[in-house]
Design a protein around this ligand. Sequence first.
Ligand SMILES: C[S@@+](CC[C@H](N)C(=O)[O-])C[C@H]1O[C@@H](n2cnc3c(N)ncnc32)[C@H](O)[C@@H]1O
Length: 239
Amino acid sequence: MHKGKDIILIAILSTVVPIVIAFSQNVSALSRLGTPGIKTSDQEDHRHGRPSPERIYRFNEQVVTVSDFEAEGYILAIGGGGEGIIGQLKGQQVVAIDISKRELEGTPPGPLKIVMDARDLKFLNGAFNTAASFFTLCYIDGADHEEVFEEIFRVLARGGRFLIWDAVFPEREDEKKDVAIIPLLVKLPDKEIATGYGVNWPDKARDLPYYMKLAENAGFKVGASAKKDQWFFLDLKKP
Ligand SMILES: C[S@@+](CC[C@H](N)C(=O)[O-])C[C@H]1O[C@@H](n2cnc3c(N)ncnc32)[C@H](O)[C@@H]1O
């Protein structure tokens, strides 16, 4: 690799990785790399728990436009900590749940913030008309996806919507690159937010058909869907 590229990579690692670490508390997140149970390479920087540059696949910057949407009553934001994009869009209408207290503490004010696991929502059946998940499913282990979809279906009222914006992971081409860094430019109606997420590359492809199948198995009907570059949007409905 050229020296110039090395310098760029080091710059990326020293800027993006700390952001990412701040964002990630769960099983499949980058911060767990270097902890027991996660495979690490010889080149890994064990002092900082950072993956070696050889392991990182960096997505092109994903420009994600999140348009305003109509919603009656409270909106449940799944994994609504961090930048809290749904909270920034819909403010006090949002109930943001996140497994990480620290992530919620760092989220801009507006939503009601509650520490809660998306696999075990503490709300009554049919409590919300709308649920939304912005780049949270990529942080949740694939083995837990079914449970999360079932829980969201349960807490939605009939006719309720579940809106998803998330990353598309094709099958991994380079076995060595098992960590993905996804720089994002999020375009909200009144502002733009530059951020970055980092996750372990999932074992199987996670594309639109993968999420549609999960949704349909949970009982949802697919309303609208769109794929752009390496992210997608899904608008699901509980019949
Ligand atoms: C990429 S980050 C934040 C994205 C966030 N939606 C935003 O708008 O910036 C994903 C979030 O999902 C949270 N998360 C991961 N697993 C979770 C779970 N099982 N239940 C709830 N939140 C979870 C993480 O703590 C993290 O804050």
